[in-house]
Design a protein around this ligand. Structure first.
Ligand code: XMP
Length: 508
């Protein structure tokens, strides 16, 4: 498949560049800045390379760099922000410390249309995020756009097919940003638009067959869209060599086991249901630290898998990890670790099976498109996300079976009321969190001293950022009344009005 590689120089938007290229139906993926020129050259179907933005200055001692030969890999190269400055530095242009930074929306004047900014307009509002600037360009390069503070806001070297933009075309605030990326991907690189869900499925099936072959694999089915899509995809690839294991951890959603049985009975899967709730609660007894809880849940999970895997002779563990899970678990050398998602960071080092992640390079909405392509039922496709460690990360402090029951019931009330109000699809997730404090209330003329429940309803495009949903007060009131009426251990309900960042969606 024609491919555009994005080299990651540590920018906040690196993944987004690749994502935008894929939105143009051109396949793209991210590779570390340190990738060798030979490795990049050897990528089948390579049509272009993009140098991402980055937080450092090109003059910092430890700032990520690449070999100058990366500009001669035989395909066009585009530098964005830090990448734009790096190209200039590698080619012996002049990068200087800007007198003023440019942050946010800036007016750009296109001084020469060229091929990168073709038909993008004469003046554009673009999104900037930098201090260093390219002051002079080396021979062969020409300036095609400028802003007040950036004399070289975009450049081209048409003979060498090297291009640069100081602004971020991948960010939605940049006017005609997609047009500029399309000019690069389709106009300059001539990459074919081959990236569709149909082709993804074909490629994923082919890759899985080539890697796993006739060996056995197990997959942990949680009922979430990621693991469900992975299971159906993998069963298409390796058939009955795949064993799907649903582990009831005691921290699953309301009536999850029944849902799993009903949904997956239609597929030709070796489905095994393991009730391990006692074992999980025992392992979590007395543990309050969130990362420790995640690690314990991950480890217990894997031990159970190991047992099933031994029984079936599996050599592979298939996981529904998606791209945003990998970023947040700090998979990129230049990005920081937010929390260890159990299906990535919590895996024990001595695990016997090899991990296979068929959805590792795609985002949640792309996963849903793949589910449609695979003709999966709507109640899976539209299902809200559920974290690997389950309700364990929604109970602040020690996890007990009683607390799990409270948070499960409360979440079910929230989900049903949201569905009833027609707002289910607007939200990324809607759930309850149980706090470990208690507060005073009055119920039936008597003083009560019980737990509060936090209601979290949140919207997001790709899990990287999120906003709390501005639901009607009437709906919140109904949720609150139902929770305090139907769950005897709760006497107070609060609504979480924090976005991500600064908070994360889950509380732990
Ligand atoms: P946060 O809390 O990091 O959540 O803002 C982002 C999204 O990821 C889900 N999440 C997880 N998914 N294993 C998973 O498979 C995990 O350990 C995990 N932790 C968080 C979370 O539910 C949200 O949709």
């Amino acid at each position: 498949m024609d491919t555009i590689v994005v080299l990651d120089f540590g920018g906040q938007y690196t993944h987004l560049i690749s994502r935008r290229i894929r939105d143009l139906n051109v396949f793209s993926h991210v590779m570390p800045a340190e990738t060798s020129v030979e490795e990049v050259k050897s990528i089948k179907g390579l049509k272009g390379v993009i140098f991402s933005g980055g937080a450092a200055s090109v003059y910092d001692k430890d700032s990520p760099k690449c070999d100058k030969a990366m500009l001669d890999v035989g395909v066009p190269v585009l530098g964005i922000c830090y990448g734009h400055q790096l190209i200039s530095l590698l080619e012996k242009g002049k990068v200087t410390y800007g007198m003023k930074g440019e942050y946010g929306i800036t007016d750009l004047e296109i001084t020469k249309e060229g091929s990168l900014l073709k038909e993008a307009g004469r003046t554009l509002k673009v999104w900037m995020n930098h201090r260093d600037i390219v002051e002079h360009l080396p021979e062969g390069y020409e300036t095609v756009a400028a802003t007040r503070n950036s004399p070289v806001a975009a450049f081209e070297n048409p003979l060498k097919h090297v291009y640069g933009v100081q602004f971020h075309p991948e960010v939605t605030h940049t006017q005609n940003g997609m047009k500029i990326l399309e000019n690069f991907a389709s106009g300059i690189c001539k990459a074919r638009k081959e990236w569709t869900s149909g082709l993804f499925v074909e490629k994923a099936v082919r890759e899985a067959r080539a890697t796993i072959g006739n060996k056995k694999a197990v997959i942990g089915l949680s009922g979430g869209v990621d693991s469900s899509v992975s299971a159906v995809l993998m069963s298409k690839a390796i058939g009955r060599n795949l064993t799907a294991v649903y582990v009831d951890t005691g921290m699953m959603r309301h009536r999850e086991t029944e849902f799993i049985k009903k949904t997956f009975s239609k597929y030709d899967l070796d489905l095994r249901i393991v009730d391990a709730s006692d074992r999980f609660f025992k392992a979590l007894k007395g543990v309050t630290d969130p990362e420790k809880k995640r690690k314990i849940i991950g480890k217990t999970f894997i031990e159970i898998f190991d047992k099933v895997a031994d029984d079936v002779g599996a050599e592979y563990l298939v996981q529904g990890t998606i791209y945003s899970d990998r970023i947040e678990s700090g998979h990129s050398k230049h990005s920081s670790r937010i929390k260890s998602h159990h299906n990535v960071g919590g895996l024990p080092e001595d695990m016997k099976m090899r991990v296979y992640e068929p959805l590792r390079d795609i985002y949640k909405d792309e996963v849903r498109k793949v589910a449609e392509e695979l003709d999966m039922p709507m109640d899976i496709i539209k299902r809200h996300v559920f974290p690997g460690p389950g309700l364990g990360v929604r109970i602040v402090g020690e996890v007990t079976p009683e607390k799990a029951e409270i948070v499960r019931k409360a979440s079910y009330i929230i989900e049903t009321e949201l569905e009833e109000a027609g707002l289910h699809e607007k939200a990324w997730m809607a759930f309850a969190i149980l706090l470990s404090v208690k507060s005073v209330g009055v119920q039936g003329d008597e003083r009560s001293y019980k737990y509060p429940v936090v209601v979290r309803i949140i919207e997001s495009e790709d899990a990287m950022t999120a906003n709390f949903t501005k639901v009607p007060y009437k709906l919140l009131e109904k949720i609150s009344t139902r929770i305090t009426n139907e769950i005897k251990e709760v006497n107070r309900v609060v609504y979480d009005i924090t976005n991500k960042p600064p908070a994360t969606m889950e509380w732990e």
